[in-house]
Design a protein around this ligand. Structure first.
Ligand code: UD1
Length: 419
């Protein structure tokens, strides 16, 4: 296992944002809807992508992954079983369920494993597919599904915490090959859902309303192969905004779509960043005095839960009281204890965290608990006095392509060592 050793740093320069992991994963699953060849560019080389490649291979796809481009084609032998040993490591793999059902009429997909950021049910995925006419049972840790024919329906997909990104993706993919029209009400509006819809349209699907809470799909009898390039990773871009903010650095973020980051940019400005947009460049200037703010995580276009931890690190050094309300995953606060070990003063109460910032942070040995929490600890390490050692950084390798290389190029003092 590897660890990061990080020292206080000021950064400067340009960073290129990779393709979006959360966009690429459902798009990869969508290739199961056809036997024709697909070419997907802009795919980041990450552990989660490699897991999805193994799942697709086990389901009968032949895949070449070369220089961020994926070539996917069908092998003769096809199965419909996505095994636990692969699915358990990554929740996004559950979205092979919809395409398998639509194309192969049956699917046996392991339920995703437990997750450190809290309960992550799949009831909305199951409800949506059932309402398309599939018969689903959960048995011995697997979701076993059958559908001789899927029929379009009006499906309300809102849950206790609002819309669901991957449930929308699952139902949308299944609906492309269903008979008749499907209306998904309370659909997720995230840019990654829009990207999936654009890929499906390139395959020949008939979809309208993507990016709004009401998506309409007119089922077609078959889909073809397609060429596509996934969008840039808005969460990676937002992470670099947080890095600039926390370290009072000047960073130019290249290749990201700023319109996917409006709530994040607004929040960063309130905390104290100067941000200007020039074409596909986001220029961020961090200031030395940061201001406290209140952040509420919400579905898109609200502030993303996937940037909550990174911005909490910034607020640890903003003088005064900040409040973070986590509305998507009320238990997503594993980083609080680790940041407090570094001298932060954060009190958590249910879905709320009160940050009494400005007291300074010092280096310590800390443990990365999940992907975004790990990024938060890296940010804290870049601000802290002294040496910070971050253990279990394999979480970062699941979701940030070449993070330490990119940070080093900007001048960060960070190195990877054996734990
Ligand atoms: C996706 C992202 C993840 C991000 C999350 C929220 C991918 C691969 N992952 O995960 O990085 O943090 O969106 O933006 O794209 N829920 C239910 N029932 C369900 C499904 C979800 O109640 O069947 C709840 C969840 O517990 C959560 C909320 O809905 O409270 C939103 O979760 P969801 O949008 O489904 O997250 P994912 O799609 O799994």
């Amino acid at each position: 296992m590897d660890k990061f050793v990080v020292y206080k740093s000021t950064l400067k320069g340009e960073v290129e944002i990779s393709g979006s992991k959360n966009s690429a994963l459902p798009i990869m699953a969508a290739t199961l809807l056809t036997d024709q060849e697909c070419r997907i560019a802009g795919v980041p080389d990450l552990a989660d992508i490699r897991t999805m490649i193994r799942i697709l291979e086990s389901l009968g796809k032949e895949i070449v992954f070369d220089g961020n481009v994926l070539f996917v084609k069908a092998k003769k032998k096809k199965t419909h079983v996505a095994p636990y040993r692969l699915v358990r490591t990554m929740r996004a793999s559950f979205c092979v369920l919809g395409p398998l059902l639509a194309r192969r009429k049956k699917a046996k997909v392991s339920l995703p494993g437990g997750c450190v950021i809290g309960a992550r049910p799949v009831d909305l995925h199951i409800k949506g597919l059932q309402e398309l006419g599939a018969h689903l049972i959960v048995q011995k840790g697997y979701c076993i599904a059958e559908a001789n024919i899927l029929r379009g329906n009006h499906i309300f997909l809102g849950g206790t915490f609002g819309s669901s990104v991957l449930a929308t993706a699952n139902v949308l993919m299944a609906a492309t090959l269903a008979k008749g029209e499907t209306v998904i009400e309370y659909a997720a509006c995230e840019p990654e859902v829009v990207d999936l819809a654009l890929f499906l349209k390139k395959m020949g699907a008939v979809i309208e309303g993507e990016g709004t809470p009401l998506i309409r799909v007119r089922g077609v009898s078959s889909l073809s192969g397609a060429e596509f390039k996934v969008i840039a990773d808005r969460i990676e871009a937002g992470t670099f905004i947080a890095v600039a903010l926390a370290t009072s650095s000047n960073i130019i973020i290249k290749g990201a779509n700023h319109s996917h980051l409006t709530s994040v940019i607004e929040t960063a400005k309130k905390i104290g960043a100067d941000i200007t947009i020039e074409g596909s460049k986001i220029k961020v200037k961090g200031k030395s005095l940061l201001k406290p703010v209140n952040i509420v995580t919400l579905s898109y276009p609200g502030f993303p839960t996937d940037l909550q931890a990174q911005f909490m690190s910034c607020l640890c050094i903003a003088k005064g009281l900040s409040l973070i309300t986590e509305k998507i995953y009320p238990d997503r606060f594993m980083h609080v204890a680790e940041l407090n070990r570094m001298g932060a003063r954060i009190q958590r109460n249910g879905p709320y965290a009160i940050i009494d910032g400005g007291g300074g942070i010092f280096g310590a040995e800390v443990m990365a608990s999940d992907l975004r929490a790990s990024a938060a600890l890296v940010i804290a390490g870049l601000v802290a006095e002294g040496k910070t050692e971050i253990l279990r950084i394999y979480h970062l390798d699941r979701g940030y392509e070449k993070l330490e290389e990119k940070l080093k190029k900007l001048g960060a003092k960070i190195k990877r060592e054996k734990q």
